[in-house]
Design a protein around this ligand. Structure first.
Ligand code: 9G3
Length: 571
């Protein structure tokens, strides 16, 4: 493609409202332009990368035996009412009415629509295993879309759905998708980790997220330093923390702690490490107050607590709700004599002689012992794991904390949707059975953005070749010089003939502008054609990912670039 006939509106200045590097660079490189909050135009360079990721996804899904379909973006309310999700979702589900006042929504995902296909078309066990997928625009009306394509409202997703006769089949389908995802993200040139994840509201009981490691990632994940355990912190467990204190229980002491409300203040004031304190929080579970006990330095994991209680809504109680439920002042809460349900983190059970609130303003108690001074009937893992905790799977590893960008998520769905929509089949014995499902998503735009988060420097993007908009940029320095333009044209033609995707920068621009643009848009290979080197019949080859500049003859440059592209694209 000739730059002078293309459309690459690069900009020098960093846009004000872009917070993460991929958003900044995609705007500056002329890859996307915002139309409305969370809604983007894909400009030529952006679209080429998007299509590269889609094609890698498509190849690996097809290789895994999945079959491509395309479902509608606009989906009828009736299907969502059958699965009872029409009323389950709030404003995030963008609803609309047609001219006859029929209700629809813009599809945020397609479990209902695809299960409707299968319940109509699949009648026999012989038609499964079946995996249907699409690459399609989704809409989720996020409250705060941000970070460009990383958290848009309209976005392109590959969503796949597997259908099997039994759990074993569904497990096999899950494993096939898991392996396909590993190949997909490896081919995209990403450093990623598959982590055990919470299934959230979708239902089912088991899922993995594919996380691209990047400090700008919204998710916190942990991985073990010695085994392959890795999990989203929402779900991660750790080896039970035995408290250091094994002394005999000492007599309770009331201590004056004027104005010391936070664990930090109390432990400093009393000269006690936070590991010797117990904090009591109060949550409202479906509007019922529940007391929660955690070691002072641990953090509550609300997703784990919600699963333990089994409630729909879980919020931290307000100060007045706390006062009403416990009669004690906020900051001085203690479990002794509590009139509300108490759930304690597992760590509490082995603690001795701890500091807790005295349920009285400006007072705490020391040497309080669970079992003697307060009774806990419910112990559960309700804390966030912390960096350095012991691995729950192997005996010697420690958990390391990372930030990750979720680019893929695979779920075992069980029969949640097939039951709700009555998707059944006749088994070998002619008996009616319900299909087992799985669902598997990849954020296409988010994968491009995550790749840029992981591959950039101060000058711009450093695209891994497989998802770069072009393989090679040819920068002609002063194309008005006939020797330069004819050499550049010759290289351009020969590379294209060799199947290399070339962006030929034929602009009448200063060299500096061309080099800055080439670095910004991140094309992996750059050939510079300039009069000085041409005198010796040489051109410069530079790899955007670093390494020394090479001076090559025109023939060598064509064969070298062709070989590098071929090598980078071999699986
Ligand atoms: C909704 C809305 C938002 C949603 C969902 C439904 C997320 C919803 C979870 C999934 C699960 C998988 C298939 C591809 C992979 C992910 N946000 N989820 O179900 F109505 Cl408004 O989408 N679906």
């Amino acid at each position: 493609m000739r730059y002078t006939q293309y459309f690459v509106p690069t900009v020098k200045e960093t846009p004000a409202d872009a917070e993460v590097v991929s958003h900044k660079l995609m705007l500056r490189a002329g890859m996307v332009r915002k139309v409305a909050a969370g809604i983007y135009n894909y400009l030529p360079l952006g679209l080429r990368s998007i299509r590269k990721v889609e094609n890698i996804v498509r190849e690996e899904m097809n290789r895994a035996g999945a079959i491509e379909i395309l479902m509608p973006m606009v989906t009828p309310a009736e299907l969502w009412q059958e699965s009872r999700r029409w009323e389950q979702y709030g404003k995030e589900l963008l609803r609309l009415k047609d001219r006859k006042d029929n209700e629809f929504c813009l599809g945020p995902t397609h479990e209902e629509v695809v299960t409707d296909i299968v319940r109509r078309e699949v009648r026999s066990y012989r038609q499964m295993p079946l995996n249907l997928y699409q690459i399609q625009t989704k809409f989720r009306d996020e409250i705060r879309p941000r970070f460009g394509l990383m958290r848009g409202r309209e976005f392109i997703m590959k969503d796949a759905y597997s259908f099997d006769v039994d759990e074993a089949g569904a497990d096999a389908a899950y494993e096939k998708m898991y392996q396909a995802y590993r190949r997909i993200f490896a081919r995209c040139g990403l450093k990623f980790r598959a982590v055990e994840a919470d299934t959230g509201s979708i239902g089912g009981n088991w899922s993995h997220e594919f996380m691209v490691l990047a400090d700008s990632g919204e998710d916190a994940i942990v991985s073990c330093s010695s085994c392959d355990y890795a999990a989203n912190v929402e779900k991660a467990e750790s080896r039970l923390v035995e408290s250091a204190e094994h002394a005999d229980p000492r007599p309770v002491e009331k201590v004056h702690t004027p104005g010391k409300k936070s664990i930090q203040e109390v432990s400093e004031y009393l000269g006690m490490p936070m590991t010797h304190t117990v904090k009591m929080l109060v949550c409202m579970a479906d509007n019922v107050p529940v007391g929660v006990l955690l070691r002072g330095d641990h953090d509550l994991n609300e997703i784990k607590l919600k699963k333990v209680i089994g409630c729909d809504e879980l919020e931290m109680a307000s100060d007045e709700q706390i006062a009403k439920a416990t009669g004690a002042p906020v900051g001085y809460l203690g479990p002794q004599g509590a009139a509300i349900r108490i759930i304690a983190d597992l760590t509490i059970s082995s603690m001795r002689n701890v500091v807790v609130g005295a349920n009285e303003t400006d007072y705490h108690l020391r040497n309080v012992n669970p079992g003697r001074d307060f009774i806990v009937t419910e112990f559960a893992d309700i804390r966030n794991v912390a960096h350095g905790d012991g691995c729950p799977r192997c005996s010697e590893g420690a958990l390391e904390m990372w930030r990750g960008i979720e680019v893929g998520h695979v779920f075992k769905l069980g029969m949640k949707y097939s039951k709700a929509l009555n998707a059944t089949f006749l088994d070998q014995d002619g008996k009616e059975q319900t299909v087992f499902m799985g669902c598997y998503g990849i954020g296409i735009g988010r994968t491009v953005a995550a790749c840029i988060e992981q591959n950039h420097d101060d000058n711009g993007i450093i695209f891994p070749l497989p998802i770069a908009p072009f393989h090679c940029i040819v920068s002609a320095v002063n194309p008005k010089d006939v020797a330069v333009s004819s050499a550049a044209e010759d290289i351009y033609a020969r590379l294209q003939a060799a199947g290399v995707e070339v962006l030929y920068d034929d602009r009448d621009e200063r060299p500096g502008v061309k080099f800055k643009d080439a670095d910004l848009i991140g094309i992996p290979l750059r050939l510079v054609v300039g009069a000085k080197n041409l005198v010796e019949g040489k051109v410069e080859l530079k790899q955007r990912s670093g390494g020394d500049m090479e001076l090559l003859s025109i023939d060598e440059s064509v064969s070298r670039v062709s070989a590098m592209v071929k090598e980078a694209l071999t699986l």
